[in-house]
Design a protein around this ligand. Structure first.
Ligand code: NAD
Length: 481
């Protein structure tokens, strides 16, 4: 089956029809059988030479990031979710209702049906194909719509799916723009959306009208708090990698540093030194930082930098595109003394730009960190684990990383999501599998106790009697003392 390359209603309709036709047989397989299928795909993904090349060239990112971030994430996600913990999350359980001990409630996790996975361009494999793994393992068919800027990786995985002789119709790529995304939301049973806050809100409105569930993974303005007792060398290294990897186009990356004033000069000097030693340029060469994806990001970064400077910010390095290199190669930028109300301190920046805000103490850092409509990730650096954990617990973010950056994304066994306008629901962890299911409860009489059940049924049903009411009142006092 070929990729569907436009909104043409027949191709979308035929993809949906194939998904609907194939899904019941996929759901009827055991979890182990679906896990085996996903592992078969993982082997193809692991050995494919074309995939990292596509990710790197389409997204303009260094090969290290294509392999080390994207391919590794996908393999780890399949390894973990297809394993014992994933199976256990979806196992059918039997429960005995307290008030009817002669009954049994069987709780099963049933797939939703056809799940639309709608993805962004900044991680063409990880945030697109990666987000199809949990819905597939849960027994759903997936229609994946990658960003129109980076459809190649998804298209390639669809080919590998076919080459591995995995079931037709279960994993299909539907290409197109936001209009195709909207059309998908109109026909699927659930949506897993990763993208901008505005896109997430549009999907939420439509999903709300249709009353279908959705998971939304949206933008961030993640704070990185550096306390006075932190290892400044390690913190500066972490800040440089976290803020400038993937050219700053990572949703959970540190997007603002809140550093305690007494160590700010030393920290900033180390950070600027690291930023200036990064190699920026076309990813065909040996580089650390590649190009920005879109002109709009360049313009947005420039406007935010100009606004920060008018409010007292000082550019310590970078500040614009490389002058001597054609293309969207933005120099790693550090701006000190950024005002808390500057756009650079408050709005998402998808470019290698890092604002520094100096704070008195941990309390001020936490207050500024939480003074945001976004709540994706947080980072805390301190030599004292107890202090760091206490600060972490006070952050209003879906995840927090202590003395490190970005690795929260790769913890396949722990949920990762955003709060506030950064999203609803999460990926990763065995819990993620249940999001793509609904619980179905089947209540029945326990074997050998059918006679008791029949007796109680007779007592409770019509006609109501005064003596039964007296008994119920007595039981209420006994059971709920
Ligand atoms: P975007 O919202 O423009 O597009 C994302 C996807 O949604 C694309 O496939 C697009 O075609 C589709 N789309 C857009 N509007 C739609 C609508 N109304 N209905 C249905 N589909 C629609 O986002 P983008 O520019 O591709 O991605 C960058 C954004 O994604 C950043 O804000 C970044 O923070 C965020 N992001 C978040 C995470 C996370 O895990 N929280 C991960 C990666 C990226």
């Amino acid at each position: 089956m070929d990729a569907h390359d436009s909104l043409s209603p027949p191709s979308l309709a035929s993809a949906v029809a194939q998904a609907r036709a194939a899904q019941p047989a996929w759901a009827a397989l055991s979890f182990r059988e679906r896990a085996r299928a996903l592992r078969k795909l993982a082997l193809r993904l692991r050995d494919d030479q074309e995939l990292p090349r596509l990710i790197s060239s389409e997204g303009g990112k260094p090969m290290f990031e294509a392999v080390g971030f994207e391919v590794v994430y996908l393999l780890e996600s399949i390894r973990f979710l297809a394993g014992r913990a994933g199976r256990a999350a979806l196992v059918e359980t039997c429960r005995r209702p307290f008030v009817f001990p002669w009954k049994r409630a069987r709780v099963a996790w049933r797939p939703r049906g056809v799940v639309a996975v709608i993805g962004p361009w900044n991680f063409p494999l990880l945030n697109n194909v990666g987000d199809a793994v949990a819905p597939l393992l849960a027994g759903n068919a997936v229609l994946l719509k990658p960003s129109p800027h980076t459809p190649g990786a998804s298209r390639r995985v669809e080919q590998l799916w076919r080459q591995a002789s995995l079931p037709n119709g279960i994993f299909q790529v539907v290409e197109g723009d936001a209009e195709v995304g909207r059309a998908l939301v109109d026909v699927c049973d659930m949506v897993f959306f990763t993208g901008s806050v505005a896109g997430g809100q549009a999907v939420a409105r439509r999903a709300g009208e249709r009353l279908i569930p959705y998971v939304a993974e949206l933008g961030g303005k993640s704070p990185m708090i550096v306390l006075a007792d932190a290892d400044l060398e390690a913190a500066a290294r972490g800040a440089a990698w976290g803020a400038f990897a993937n050219s700053g186009q990572i949703c959970i990356r540190p997007q603002r540093v809140l550093v305690q004033a007494e160590v700010a000069d030393a920290f900033v000097a180390l950070l600027v030194h690291k930023a200036q030693t990064l190699r920026v340029g076309p990813v065909t060469g040996d580089v650390d930082v590649g190009a920005l994806m879109l002109d709009a990001q360049v313009e947005r970064a420039r406007a935010q930098i100009a606004d920060a400077v008018t409010r007292g910010g000082q550019i310590l390095c970078g500040g614009d595109l490389l002058a001597d290199q054609p293309g969207r190669f933005f120099a790693p930028t550090v701006i000190d003394h950024v005002a808390p109300d500057a756009a650079l301190a408050r709005e998402e920046t998808f470019a290698p730009v890092l604002p520094i805000l100096r704070v008195r103490d941990a309390d001020e850092a936490v207050r500024l960190a939480n003074d945001s409509p976004l709540g994706l990730a947080g980072y805390v650096w301190s030599a004292n684990s107890e202090t760091a954990r206490n600060v972490a617990r006070r952050l209003q973010t879906g995840s927090v990383c202590i003395n490190d950056v970005l690795v929260n994304y790769l913890c396949a066994n722990a949920p990762l999501g955003g709060i506030k306008q950064s999203g609803l629901g999460f990926r990763n962890g065995p819990e993620a599998l249940r999001q793509f299911c609904y619980p179905q409860t089947i209540v029945e009489d326990r074997a050998l106790l059918g006679w008791l059940a029949a007796f109680v049924r007779r007592q409770l049903a019509f006609p109501y009697r005064q003596r039964t009411l007296r008994l119920v009142r007595w039981l209420i006092r006994v059971i709920y003392p």
